[in-house]
Write a protein that binds this ligand. Structure first.
Ligand code: BGC
Length: 458
């Protein structure tokens, strides 16, 4: 009788120890597959520079290095502009006033959620939706439909520009698939839609990427800003390049010395993917493309976490097998939920798992940290790569304008970027300032239009 409890206890301890050892092994495996060491970072920088070089020379490269046909502003640009901003799940129409002294103001804005069928239907329906948005905005804010207005179009997808207001969509990203748009000039498609809706008073004078808008917004009042970064639903960056370092661009004699270049860094493909990254990529509509984006951006971090959670359940390290079905729906774990977990909120309760153990709750937080930490370290390394491309010897200060929900809201994301910059660059990291630049895709588009029109005060 006395023996039983002892044996039972031994068994219990044995089982616990075994389970624990297995759990410890699984966690260290997870840490390992999502690690991104300083030596990985240094390799990434070398590959990034090679790809930048090829992209600028017009050779095959996963970095498209797209000239944007605009230079940075002087701060003297002025005037009133409309901006149309398409880049994620929302469409925005804005009125922006530039005061010619580095100040910008949004005087009116309308927001429209883009319905799923519009994102995945015909290009014509999508552009009709944009034109309807413009019309509703003009009517709501009492615009005279006979008076002409310049409109800047922020279209945040990979677009090969051939002028400030001409650009061909290379391929959709961020889950968009509207057909009949890839390979077409998106400004022409917008103009045709405006004509279909009988809107005659709008001239589309500029086309901009959200990264360009972000760079322009900050550099409007800060001349040291030479890079714009988006860390949101998608990820990308642009920077100011010397014209003579863009071999694929034939320099015209208009006195310009610099041009903003859109890297489209979300497509960088020389960063090693682990099994979860590969599984995620395979199930996307654009498999094989936007590899770095799928490891870094808000559209995908939640999905990566979901794949990890399923694996940890299968391995007996999280929750119970009967809970598996809760996480089986693709994209049911959003990056917003992950961000709440990282901030210490009970993420599992949101899935009806109020009675989860402390171990399970801690595990959810840990998964969130592991995935977001790698994302931030890759993003920080890419920032270091672009800054060192511009200024290898750190001869000047660089302000990097950053916009997007990951940077603004995800607990620890910004700190993790700063850490990797410090690890990579030592004291020189102090020469890089990361500055939030909210609303770049609205205000910045207006600045692009103003620079293009040459409208500036004195
Ligand atoms: C697009 C970029 C854009 C980025 C951030 C990416 O998916 O390809 O053009 O700048 O998302 O919105």
């Amino acid at each position: 009788m006395v023996v039983y409890p002892i044996i039972t206890t031994r068994h219990a301890i044995g089982h616990f120890m075994q389970g624990n050892a297995q759990t410890i092994e699984q966690w260290s495996r997870l840490e390992r597959v999502f690690s991104f060491s300083v030596s990985d970072a240094r390799k990434l920088i070398t590959c990034f520079h090679e790809e930048m070089k090829c992209g600028l020379a017009g050779q095959a490269s996963s970095l498209k290095m797209i000239p944007c046909y605009v230079r940075r502003p002087t701060g003297l640009e002025c005037g009133s502009y409309l901006a149309l901003d398409l880049g994620g799940t929302n469409l925005r129409v804005l009125a922006v006033e530039l005061d010619g002294r580095g100040g910008a103001n949004i005087s009116a804005v309308s927001r429209f959620v883009i319905p799923e069928p519009v994102m995945h239907g015909s290009g014509e329906a999508l552009f009709d939706f944009l034109a309807d948005g413009v019309l509703l905005f003009l009517e709501k804010h009492g615009y005279n439909l006979r008076q002409n207005h310049d409109l800047a179009f922020t279209f945040s997808f990979p677009v090969e520009q051939s002028a400030i207001n001409v650009g061909i969509l290379l391929n959709w990203t961020k889950g968009f698939t509207a057909f009949g748009v890839e390979g077409k000039d998106v400004v022409a498609l917008l103009r045709e839609a405006l004509v279909r809706k009988n809107i005659k008073n709008i001239s589309v004078t500029a086309l901009a990427n959200d990264t360009t808008g972000t760079l322009m917004t900050k550099s409007y009042d800060d001349a040291s800003c030479d890079m714009g970064v988006i860390l949101g639903t998608g990820t990308n960056a642009c920077y100011s390049e010397n014209l003579h370092r863009i071999p694929k661009y034939s320099v015209s004699d208009d006195g310009e010395r610099e041009m903003v270049v859109n890297l489209e860094w979300g497509n960088f493909d020389k960063v090693e993917m682990n099994g979860y990254d590969q599984e995620l990529d395979r199930a996307t509509r654009n498999a094989g493309l936007q590899r770095m984006e799928k490891m870094v951006s808000g559209m995908y971090l939640g999905e990566l976490a979901r794949l990890v959670i399923l694996d940890m359940i299968d391995n007996g390290c999280l929750l119970q097998k009967k809970h598996r079905y809760i996480f089986e729906r693709e994209y049911s774990v959003t990056t917003e939920l992950l961000s709440q977990a990282a901030g210490g909120e009970d993420f599992l309760a949101g899935f009806g798992l109020e009675n989860a153990t402390d171990h399970d709750r801690e595990a959810a937080v840990r998964i969130s940290h592991i995935i977001s930490r790698r994302a931030a370290r890759i993003a920080g390394t890419a920032i270091a790569a672009v800054v060192t491309w511009m200024d290898a010897g750190f001869e000047r200060h660089h302000t990097v304008a950053v916009d997007g929900s990951l940077f603004e809201k995800f607990p620890g994301f910004r700190t993790n970027i700063l850490h990797i910059l410090q690890e990579l660059l030592g004291d020189s990291a102090e020469k890089i300032a990361l500055c939030p630049a909210a609303d770049g895709s609205g205000i910045g588009a207006a600045i692009v239009a103003a620079v293009a029109s040459g409208r500036s005060g004195s």
